[in-house]
Design a protein around this ligand. Structure first.
Ligand SMILES: N[C@@H](CCC(=O)N[C@@H](CS)C(=O)NCC(=O)O)C(=O)O
Length: 123
């Protein structure tokens, strides 16, 4: 019972995990295209190269440069994906580099990649 009251009326700050999830969600909300990445990751480099090829603006969030290692766990909790790159276009989860390559080739939801990037305000 006291647990329920503590839970309902707690004024304590969010847990680390909740804070990391909020940060991830904010980055997705604030940016048309987001690539959660690691600087040394060849798949991430490929994704960024493809985006650069379209002249797209994107936020690359380099997790290996980030002291907060909770972010990768938060991404897993939100997307079910633990690897990088972890890509969002227009708040829609795309997946990793191979998923992005498939979108470049086939489009998504009836839109080609240029249309998707335009809708995201990235080009
Ligand atoms: N099939 C994935 C492969 C991605 C992958 O293996 N990424 C590696 C880094 S290069 C990774 O996330 N390893 C786990 C980690 O860094 O925590 C894709 O196409 O994105």
């Amino acid at each position: 019972m006291s647990f329920i009251f503590r839970r309902l009326f707690s004024t304590t700050s969010p847990t680390m995990s909740e804070a990391a999830q909020e940060k991830v969600k904010q980055l997705i909300a604030d940016n048309g295209v987001v690539v959660f990445s690691k600087t040394y990751c060849p798949y991430c480099q490929n994704t960024k190269r493809l985006l650069d090829g379209y002249g797209a603006k994107y936020a690359a969030y380099e997790l290996d440069k980030e002291s907060n290692s909770d972010l990768q766990d938060a991404l897993f909790e939100i997307t079910g994906q633990r690897t990088v790159p972890n890509i969002y276009i227009n708040k829609q989860h795309i997946g990793g580099d191979s998923d992005f390559q498939a979108v470049v080739k086939n489009g998504k939801d009836g839109k080609n990649i240029e249309e998707l990037l335009q809708a995201a305000g990235a080009i």
